[in-house]
Ligand binder design. Sequence first.
Ligand SMILES: Cc1cc2nc3c(=O)[nH]c(=O)nc-3n(C[C@H](O)[C@H](O)[C@H](O)COP(=O)(O)O)c2cc1C
Length: 191
Amino acid sequence: MVVDKALFRAAAGSFASGVTVITSGFEGSYHGITASAFTSLSLEPTQVLVCINRDTRALTVIKACGCFCVNILDSSQEALSRVFASRDAPQRDGLEGIEFAVGNLGVPVLSAALAFFESRVVQEYDGGDHVIMVGEVERVGVAQEGEPLLYFRGGYRQLSRKGPVAAPQIDGLFSSGWRREALTPWGGLPD
Ligand SMILES: Cc1cc2nc3c(=O)[nH]c(=O)nc-3n(C[C@H](O)[C@H](O)[C@H](O)COP(=O)(O)O)c2cc1C
């Protein structure tokens, strides 16, 4: 059965995630991409994985460099996330005007990130229209304080106990077994 792509996106977007900027490049030719497809993979050895769209410039830069840094964004860094998700933001070339330090592997580490993982690419796997890149982590940093930037159903969020977030209005969203009336007022399913 062919799955409707809009429905697939809506379902996948219901998985709330943190937001990262994956930086790469060398000697001033830096690049970064906003990415939520990040997972800490292995403790022994320390590895992470990220999934990068085949059409991105980021993939070309990471492949050429062989290293990347996953910067987990703080709730104050939504504007930064928007910059690195935009195809034509001029700041992305060389990270112009963006605060960073060059890490041990020569890749940029963003200032004020909640945490970072400096990684060397050790494996690449086919992931359909994405490439799954496994990185061996050589250095990490964690901020003492801070709250994460979150992404849910196409919008930025912050940790909160506040109410529900409506699903996007897409025809057929509730057509595959999930009935509108089965949802409780807070958006979950009844017991
Ligand atoms: C919250 C959020 C998460 C994203 N996650 C990913 C991701 O995991 N992988 C990816 O390839 N693109 C992801 N994107 C899209 C890229 O950031 C976007 O396509 C970017 O413009 C690519 O730029 P480039 O081609 O200059 O490298 C995400 C965008 C947003 C807003």
